[in-house]
Design a protein around this ligand. Structure first.
Ligand code: NAP
Length: 245
């Protein structure tokens, strides 16, 4: 049997894993929820860098890797690229197309954390939807600002920061309620693409709020690239069928 390793951590990864029979492997870093209802195996935790992943691919006789990590999980994608090249295992990737600004959007690109801080200097109530990164900067919040930080896990805030632990998908009404409760006057976002977390952009648009968008990392090429889980799963099903004749 040819074994597939799916590198997950996104809804796309989970959708692909749900379509895989027993014998294949779904891998998670261990930051989010671990599904208990999959037919394929689930492994949790890092591989130990590129060398560790090369060993894993050989030990587990993996015949194909599908990188379905988040577009900002660049280290894992780079490691997968290097390890697959070294172990001569083909690499496929799901690369969600980035969101594109629409009429009425006021997006400002930021290359990194420093660029974000510069661009929000004149605002008072930023909403961060970047994951954990702002938590490392709680002591640097200017006296003129109160931050709302949405991330996956509960975390203590402070006098200048409120942490909201929540997982997508998020809808328009929920986002409107959050913007109202937090008095949001600027949004800081990754350009994650996909439907699950895009409602905040629509709410920013309808309220005329600026969105500071963290630049996407440059990801390595893969042998085949898919825009979404459904097309990747179709190709995978076909590949499994033909390679097992
Ligand atoms: P990262 O910086 O690219 O990865 C850090 C390390 O975590 C990797 O070098 C690897 O450790 C381990 N890792 C990451 N994904 C893994 C996987 N699927 N299976 C096994 N080990 C994995 O990524 P991250 O930003 O920490 O993200 C971690 C996970 O959260 C990813 O699966 C990603 O899809 C998901 N996620 C990330 C974001 C984001 O914005 N970064 C957003 C939503 C979800 P070793 O080097 O030891 O192998």
């Amino acid at each position: 049997m040819k074994r597939v390793l799916v590198l997950g951590g996104t809804g796309d990864g989970l959708a692909i894993a749900r379509g895989l029979p027993a014998g294949h492997v779904y891998s998670l870093a261990g930051l989010g929820r671990v599904p208990a209802d999959l037919a394929c195996s689930v492994r949790v935790g890092g591989f130990g860098g590129i060398d560790g992943l090369v060993r894993y691919l050989r030990d587990e006789r993996i015949a194909l890797v599908v990188d379905a990590t988040h577009p900002y999980a660049a280290q894992m994608s780079r490691h997968a690229h290097a390890a697959c090249a070294s172990a001569h295992v083909p690499l496929w990737a799901v690369r969600r197309p980035a969101w594109q600004p629409q009429a009425g959007d006021d997006w400002r690109d930021a290359p990194d954390w420093r660029g974000i801080v510069e661009r929000i200097g004149s605002y008072r109530r930023p909403l961060f939807t970047l994951g954990r990164e702002p938590l490392a900067h709680l002591d640097e919040i200017p006296a003129s600002q109160h931050w709302t930080i949405r991330c996956l896990d509960a975390h203590p805030g402070n006098a200048r920061a409120t942490i909201v632990d929540a997982r997508g998908p998020f809808d328009l009404d929920g986002e409107r309620a959050l913007f109202d409760a937090a008095g949001v006057d600027v949004v800081i976002s990754k350009n994650s693409g996909g439907r699950a977390t895009e409602a905040k952009l629509a709410v920013a648009r309808e309220r005329g709020l600026a969105v500071v968008m963290l630049a996407r990392p440059v990801l390595p090429d893969a042998h085949r690239t898919f825009d979404d889980a459904a097309s990747a799963l179709d190709a995978l099903t076909h590949w499994l069928h033909t390679s097992e004749q």
